[in-house]
Design a protein around this ligand. Structure first.
Ligand code: ADP
Ligand code: MG
Length: 315
């Protein structure tokens, strides 16, 4: 059997679900269910790197820091620090889900979570235009106070829920520890890395790294990881079974097999929402154009049965 190396990007659904409180029990149950979907790949001996999102979780961590400052005078830590916290906690949950699954199935594999910084370019054009809303919602009064404290940018939520901090979402350039990620994966460790898209850091001309207030898209960071380690396959697992054109309209149509140039055309025609499906489509295009052999966007459930979803292929 020739061994395949795959990168799997877990969507938010893998960890937290709408309508749940987010207790540890719920989170473990969600993660266990998602990990179970990887069984067909594990049984075929796939080497795996798992990336994951952290949207709701990093929002909660930010709230905890803020509450700590207001109630106990603790220092409120910046966003890069909060992302690192979620890499650890979500990695822990996925490790538990995987380890229990492997034990039950009698598969001898080890699991490791890596804290992963991802270098972005300080001159990324995105810095001129912060677009990504993160963390809690604030009232007019709260936002006025916050504006006096720091230089963060806040924008009114279009749905009228108040104000939210907006940060830049720069393009991932370099994944920290990338050789180690590959080495561990190719020696059969299941590696959990680039959580939340990675901890955003910039590199000064003298090579010194420092964290910044930004978030990196997890689908793009996972795609970069997949290309850099020479992965054969890339799966983006989310909460819809397919990518659709005319999404949420009477003309909605699922894409089954789609070429890169067709996808680029649909992208330019605006079929994919920015911040949700568009980055997945860009990630799939990037992987396929950089030597990836197989790329699928689907829901986790689809892996366990007959393979469905949207497969992206070269022209
Ligand atoms: P994840 O946590 O998996 O990254 P996102 O919410 O970011 O999840 O992205 C998945 C969502 O993208 C779907 O739930 C769907 O509502 C939305 N979406 C937007 N445009 C499309 C489209 N054209 N086809 C399928 N889903 C779409
Ligand atoms: Mg997303």
């Amino acid at each position: 059997m020739d061994t395949k190396l795959a990168v799997i990007a877990f969507g938010g659904n893998a960890i937290s679900r709408a309508g749940q409180k987010g207790t540890i029990k719920e989170q473990i149950a969600n993660v266990t269910e998602t990990c179970g979907m990887l069984l067909p790949l594990l049984k075929r001996g796939y080497q795996l790197v798992i990336g994951h999102g952290n949207g709701p979780q990093v929002g909660n961590v930010m709230l905890q820091h803020e509450a700590g400052r207001k109630m106990f005078g603790l220092v409120q830590q910046p966003l890069d620090f909060c992302v690192s916290e979620t890499q650890g906690s979500i990695g822990y949950l996925i490790e538990i889900g995987l380890r229990n699954l492997l034990k039950k199935e009698n598969i001898q594999r080890d699991v490791v979570t890596l804290v992963t910084p991802v270098v972005v370019d300080q001159n990324d054009p995105m810095f001129a235009n912060p677009t990504k809303p993160i963390g809690p919602y604030y009232s007019d009064n709260e936002v006025e106070e916050l504006l006096q404290e720091g230089e963060a940018l806040y924008k009114a939520d279009p749905k009228g829920n108040g104000w939210r901090k907006v940060v830049v979402s720069p393009k991932p350039l370099r994944v920290g520890n990338i050789q180690l990620i590959e080495q561990l994966a190719r020696t059969n460790y299941i590696v959990i890395a680039v959580g939340g898209g990675g901890i955003p850091v910039v590199e000064n001309p003298d090579g010194q790294l420092h964290g910044i207030e930004a978030v990196i898209d997890k689908d793009l960071a996972s795609a970069l990881t997949a290309v850099e380690i020479g992965a054969d396959e890339f799966y983006i697992l989310t909460d819809v079974p397919h990518v659709y054109v005319h999404y949420n309209t009477p003309k909605q149509q699922a894409l089954h097999t789609v070429t890169v140039s067709e996808l680029k055309r649909y992208l330019s025609e605006g079929h994919f929402t920015e911040g949700s499906m568009a980055p997945k489509v860009r990630a799939a295009i990037y992987f396929t154009e950089h030597g990836g052999k197989k790329c699928i966007i689907t829901e986790a459930r689809a892996l366990s049965g007959k393979e469905t979803g949207t497969q992206i292929i070269k022209d």
